[in-house]
Write a protein that binds this ligand. Structure first.
Ligand SMILES: C[S@@+](CC[C@H](N)C(=O)[O-])C[C@H]1O[C@@H](n2cnc3c(N)ncnc32)[C@H](O)[C@@H]1O
Length: 272
């Protein structure tokens, strides 16, 4: 059980979140993992565990100070405590930075330090402005097979509103959004109160790059009666082009269509 204590209440993320984060790193073989909102480094620990298996590194960012749009949340942890928490458990595959993610310095740091991000966990400021800001800093660096996980997207107003806008307003046609209306939390009203499992779900949403139509991995086993591989690739490409056009992403759409043309010309010349 991982806990986040504030003067007013104690919130704990049950272990049920651990396998999801740990195995996402494992499954995607993410090398560069970015977490915004480290708090006490509990989720950071789970990301580090996954990263250990695939040789990745976790970069955690947190203000570790009073936060919230109304400065309503006091902090209770620190960068040093988090580093100790992780090193005590044997992890060396992390780097923590104390920074306000709403500053231009944060954007610049993300841009220069992480040319490609494979996996991001956004769990920082939960206001609409906060989550949007963190998304805007991370997304331009997201790799072609990248994933962004957002926490508390069912429970908290800013996060929930941002996810529906991500589907609609901010969708550039290059990703899918999957909502998981799962994940519980344990809460007590005071640090000395008896913690109880809240029966409601917190919600986790994932942004996943639309990658099949661009994947270098082709079909290598035929279970249909006849081989329709080329038709399948064509259907995927047509669908992706339609989605990019629908989203008004003509810059990427043109680049994508050029890449297909080049690839097709290359394949044709090989077959001559
Ligand atoms: C919900 S907690 C993160 C919990 C952690 N991921 C876990 O589950 O163990 C949110 C964290 O975001 C941080 N945060 C809030 N606003 C921030 C900002 N503007 N810049 C950086 N960190 C911020 C807070 O300090 C807090 O530690």
């Amino acid at each position: 059980m991982t806990s986040i204590s504030t003067p007013e209440k104690l919130i704990e993320l049950p272990e049920e979140h651990r396998p999801l984060l740990q195995n996402l790193v494992y499954l995607t073989k993410a090398q560069v993992i970015v977490e915004v909102g480290v708090a006490e480094a509990k989720t950071t620990e789970w990301l580090c565990e996954g990263a250990k298996v695939v040789g990745g590194k976790v970069y955690g960012y947190d203000i570790w100070n009073t936060h919230g749009l109304k400065n309503q949340f006091q902090h209770w942890s620190s960068k040093e405590k988090c580093e100790k928490h992780l090193t005590d458990r044997g992890y060396t595959n992390f780097e923590l930075t104390q920074i306000d993610s709403k500053t231009p310095e944060f954007r610049e740091l993300i841009k220069t330090r992480h040319p490609v991000i494979d996996l991001a966990f956004i769990d920082g400021c939960h206001s609409y402005e906060g989550i949007k800001n963190d998304f805007e800093a991370i997304y331009p660096q997201l790799g072609p097979f990248g994933v962004i996980v957002f926490h508390d997207t069912l429970r908290i107003d800013g996060c929930r509103e941002f996810i529906i806008d991500l589907r609609t307003k901010y969708n550039d046609g290059r990703f899918d959004i999957v909502e998981f209306p799962f994940g519980s939390m344990v809460i007590s009203d005071t640090p000395t109160g008896v913690p109880h499992l809240q029966q409601r779900h917190v919600g986790i949403a994932m942004l996943v790059r639309r990658s099949y139509a661009q994947s270098p991995d082709t079909i290598d086993e035929i279970c249909n009666l006849e081989d329709r591989s080329k038709e399948i690739y064509r259907k995927e490409q047509d669908w992706y082009i339609d989605e990019l056009i629908k989203a008004g992403n003509m810059t990427f759409c043109t680049a994508y269509m050029d890449a297909i043309k080049q690839y097709t010309a290359h394949e044709d010349s090989k077959n001559k």
